[in-house]
Design a protein around this ligand. Structure first.
Ligand code: NAD
Length: 269
């Protein structure tokens, strides 16, 4: 389905993350993958993304995979990554903007402006910069597909999640704007809106919810899947399969869409 296509995937270094699972799915469909994530010394304490290790695992499985150390808040590192992809593979066909953070959860009045700034830089400005860096290469190749990771929380405000909700909703605006301006270049731009997915980020949410709402971690975990029609949380590869579809010719007439992948959030059904 993606034979010979070149895909950059940001936030791809967490072993249990959506980014790495998507890299596995895309390479399984034949794509050459470029894993982009923080260089290991930059990873915050308590988190364990290992970029080179992930690329090595994919290559061991027969994939064509390289690693790019990129902090998406750094334009120079984004440019170097796209240059590396262009030089190694001759261009870029697919960009999955997936890097994300959850700093700054808490009551609105207590949210530090630094946390607003950081999430804006990662969830909006970093994605804008990556799109600006790859679109010229896609134009030369006659098209491409950009997929951005928003969140189902973009659709509805949640208590204590003001920064995340705002930036993930703003990202849909970026998605639609690129779709409108670059459809004529055969460049499609869509967003996925994951519901709760079993990753390190979700484990951090369980700890946070337990502290915020004064409940046990077991109760916090049970509350997450309960409102979903499917009564379970999702697995990272279930986002990866939708990304592969959006990247593929099967989605050749889909652009500007934000697709929920959330097990049927009953508040919205
Ligand atoms: P994760 O924490 O496992 O992975 C996030 C990755 O982003 C990490 O590898 C991290 O190193 C990387 N990253 C963070 N800051 C970066 C930066 N400045 N530059 C480059 N990389 C950076 O999280 P995940 O659950 O796999 O989440 C992936 C995406 O999905 C995020 O955008 C998240 O907001 C979104 N999402 C997750 C869920 C969920 O339930 N897990 C739900 C909705 C949306």
């Amino acid at each position: 389905m993606l034979e010979g296509k070149v895909a950059i995937i940001t936030g791809a270094a967490a072993a249990r993350g959506i980014g790495f699972a998507t890299a596995q799915v895309l390479s399984g469909y034949g794509a050459k993958v470029v894993l982009a994530d923080l260089a290991e010394p930059d990873v915050p304490a308590g988190e364990t993304p290992q970029l080179e290790q992930r690329a090595h695992e994919l290559r061991n499985g027969g994939a064509d995979a390289i690693a790019c150390a990129v902090d998406v808040t750094r334009d120079d590192e984004i440019a170097a990554c796209v240059t590396q992809a262009n030089e190694t593979h001759g261009g870029v066909d697919i960009l999955f903007n997936n890097a994300g953070v959850t700093v700054g959860f808490g009551p609105f009045l207590e949210t530090p402006i630094e946390a607003w700034d950081l999430q804006f830089r990662i969830h909006i400005a970093g994605i804008v910069a990556f799109c600006k860096a790859v679109i010229p290469s896609m134009q030369v190749r006659g098209g491409g597909s950009i997929i951005n990771t928003s969140s189902i929380w973009a659709l509805k405000a949640h208590e204590y999640a003001s920064i995340y909700t705002t930036t993930k909703l703003g990202l849909i605006g970026v998605t639609k704007t690129i779709a409108v301006e670059h459809g004529r270049d055969n460049i499609r731009c869509n967003a996925v809106m994951p519901g709760p997915i079993r990753t390190d980020m979700q484990d951090r949410r369980v700890v946070r919810d337990a502290e915020t709402f004064g409940i046990s971690q077991e109760e916090a975990r049970a509350r997450i899947g309960a409102p979903l029609a499917m009564k379970r949380v999702g697995e990272p590869h279930e986002i990866g399969e939708v990304v592969a579809f959006l990247a593929s010719p099967m989605a050749s007439f889909i652009t500007g869409a934000a697709i929920p992948v959330d097990g049927g959030n009953m508040e919205g059904l």
